[in-house]
Design a protein around this ligand. Sequence first.
Ligand code: CP3
Length: 361
Amino acid sequence: MTNSAPVSARRDLADAPLLVAARGGTPRHTPIWFMRQAGRSLPEYRRVREGVPMLQACLTPELVSEITLQPVRRHGVDAAILFSDIVLPLYAAGIGLDIVAGTGPVVSEPVRTASDVAALPQLDPAQVAPVGDAVSLLVRELGETPLIGFAGAPFTLASYLVEGGPSRNHERTKAVMHSDPATWHALLERLAETTLAFLRVQLDAGVDAIQLFDSWVGALSLRDYREFVLPHTRRIFAGVAEVADVPKIHFGVGTGELLGAMRSAGADVVGVDWRVPLDEAAARLRAAEPDWGPPVVQGNLDPAVLFAGWDVVEREVRRVLAEGKAAGGHIFNLGHGVLPTTEPEVLTRVVELVRDASKQR
Ligand code: CP3
């Protein structure tokens, strides 16, 4: 594997539990971090975000660095995840969109025809240079804690662009996919290039792992996933592997039927929501690629369980750990992002419990 990223940018964190687990090794304890660990559950986040629009915050390196560090300081998690958003590269490239609080990304001119797709601007890496600057700041601040970079996968990004905003049924997206496959594939090709360019900026600046979010791809059947999504996702993971030898994590919600195919796309670690137990998820990954090494799963505590009182939380954390142990490699996480009204103290206790309960003696 070639590694053309600047040699000095990436730290040597060979013993970091997250990276050991992601590479299929035995870490000193089960690593834990939370999707959406930075954000509205933290009062210190709400304070620094006051009066700063989301996308502007994502392009202000000092603010990105501060917000990314907040949950690491508070909870002692085993990884930081860059504070950004999956739609940031689309916005930076010049596509008219905004993140509306309580709603999500809203696109001013939906993309639905071949000419809409042809007119989509492609990301120039210089347009997200502040993200690279934020990564450079962070790798200096983080010490031994790995930094996860991320991007949105083409299906989920396409869904926002085609629907014009968040969608329950993705009906317009699926209509383009089935009625005009040429336009669909052209759109996903362009989005894959933008995603890859965004990831390269983060990799060149030194992120230690990447996660590709295809949050809404669970809306598809396995058959449609293979035909309309898999080739584009595979292209992204191959492109990452060309520039850096870092662990690649892939995640979506409601993807129980797609887990094997998501591994086949080139992921080292597959994220699992709360619907499929981790040992069963690992069996599906193993069946998809029997010739690859043992599967590594990430997840899968239901984020809503954090509201049920500590006795329930502890029981569920121990169950997830036991199923993760049976799976083989496991990175502890929630099955989806931290809900904004979660009590941060519960998250800190979960980190302590996972660390104590999983120490290698
Ligand atoms: O995990 C982390 O700590 C890093 C931060 C992160 C954000 N967005 C910050 C954010 C990550 C990893 C994302 C990715 C993202 N963005 C996804 C994939 C992950 C997932 O949840 O499935 C998706 C689908 C989006 C699109 C998006 N952006 C949504 C649905 C929303 C929420 C809208 C709302 O207000 O309910 C956003 C905005 C957003 N991204 C916020 C944060 C902290 C909230 C905005 C704010 O704090 O003002």
